[in-house]
Design a binder for this molecule. Structure first.
Ligand code: DOR
Ligand code: ZN
Ligand code: ZN
Length: 404
């Protein structure tokens, strides 16, 4: 029977060990998971406050069962020096929900040296080998080699081949359908981007985190590289698992994302990689843009979809559908992020979930500043109920998220 009240939960959290709380929660028919981390978000500070900020972002995350995020550096100005990073972190601490766990990436572009002074304050250096939102692009081999030579920590890459992208832009100039995006940013562009990076992973043996792997062929290349013993990690996103190119029919440029939506066959290959243990991390790549921006024509609509508030319900739904085990979910959203990025301060943090609850994702309940989601209208089975931060069951107003 589902007999668990916030009062009971809070009392247990204050008087019992975490393991005892877990047992009691389970006896009451619910599940207590450890801290769920979204290792890839764009909370847009500085420069993008009009579409996302840390007050809205951290609230939406908590309401979706997430107690911490790793935030990307493609802001305006970009986070490429210790000075800009420190200023951003000061602001974040003031604006986020108290206790919310914030972690940060550092960026680099062109032929610059990464700012080593910021190394201990960030989880990784983020490198874009294909252009995306913002100006961060390390396009040349020389630039890439410098990054791998200089940066001693984890390197996270957005791997797409900019040369292939530019050639395809010319090639598909006359095509005026949103699917153009998937043709321009082809699977070949992604695979070639990965191969260029792997060359330097081999040469310098750096821990490298491949963001948003989206195709079956990339998986094959990365699995072969893992088998050779290279220190690499694979991230996938819910949108590359749940959505495919057919979503352009309903959503048009709203589902314009870098890397783009792929085929159903790719979705299935990714699900298999998630369930079998090939994938290390599931992260949302929460990249909010306003509806009026997304409604622009192909060339002007920015790329990205929001997702920090939906990633956990989507993955719990996948657990109830038998697509992955709860153990795998915990590995991909807690154990591995913690291990890969060395995340600290997650003790006494977690989330109580109910795998039997069924609800619809409603627009009114999204709780994000941009106010839309490509998952709107989906019915999911498995929902977070209380996010726990530092032993405190948060007033997550999760009911706003659900059709009850
Ligand atoms: O679609 C994307 N949006 N891909 C990225 O790499 C960046 C992101 C954003 O910041 O909007
Ligand atoms: Zn990216
Ligand atoms: Zn991203």
């Amino acid at each position: 029977m589902n007999t668990l009240s916030e009062k009971d939960l809070q009392e247990w959290l204050e008087t019992e060990s975490w393991d005892k709380v877990k047992n009691k929660v389970e006896k009451a028919g619910h599940i207590l998971l450890p801290a769920m981390i979204d290792s890839h978000v764009h909370f847009r500070i500085p420069g993008g406050d009009y579409k996302e900020d840390w007050e809205w972002g951290s609230k939406a995350a908590i309401a979706g069962g997430i107690c911490g995020v790793c935030d990307m550096p493609n802001t305006n100005p970009p986070i490429i020096t210790k000075e800009v990073l420190d200023k951003k972190i000061d602001r974040v601490k003031k604006e986020e929900v108290d206790g919310f766990k914030d972690f940060h990436y550092l960026g680099v572009y062109g032929n610059r040296e990464p700012d080593l002074r910021a190394k201990d304050e960030v989880v990784a250096l983020k490198v874009y080998t294909g252009s995306s939102t913002g100006d961060l692009l390390v396009e040349t081999e020389k630039g890439l080699e410098k990054v791998f030579k200089e940066w001693p920590g984890v390197i996270a890459v957005h791997a797409e081949d900019e040369k292939i992208i530019q050639e395809n832009i010319a090639r598909y100039a006359d095509l005026n359908e949103p699917i153009k995006h998937s043709k321009i940013r082809s699977p070949e562009a992604a695979v070639s981007g990965i191969k260029k990076v792997l060359k330097f992973v081999k040469k310098f043996n750096r821990a490298t985190y491949f963001c948003h792997v989206s195709t079956e062929t990339e998986l094959e290349v990365l699995v072969a590289a893992k088998e050779q013993g290279l220190p690499i990690y694979i991230e996938v996103t819910p949108h590359h698992l749940y959505l495919d190119e057919s979503a352009y029919d309903e959503w048009g440029n709203f589902v314009k994302i870098n890397p783009p939506l792929r085929t159903k066959k790719d979705n299935e290959a990714l699900w298999l990689a998630v369930s079998s243990g090939i994938v290390d991390v599931i992260a949302s790549d929460h990249a909010p843009h306003l509806p009026e921006e997304k409604a622009l024509d192909y060339a002007n609509a920015p790329a990205g979809v929001p997702g920090v508030g939906q990633i956990l319900p989507l993955m719990l739904n996948a657990v109830s559908e038998g697509r992955l085990s709860l153990e795998r979910l915990i590995e991909c959203m807690h154990d591995n992020p913690k291990k890969i990025f060395g995340l600290k301060g997650l003790k006494n943090c977690g989330v109580v979930v109910d795998l039997k609850q069924e609800n619809k994702i409603l627009k009114e309940g999204l709780g994000t500043k941009c106010g839309w989601s490509p998952y709107e209208g989906m019915t999911l089975k498995g929902w977070p109920e209380w996010t726990i931060i530092d032993g405190q069951a948060m007033d997550m107003k999760v009911n706003q998220l659900k059709d009850i």
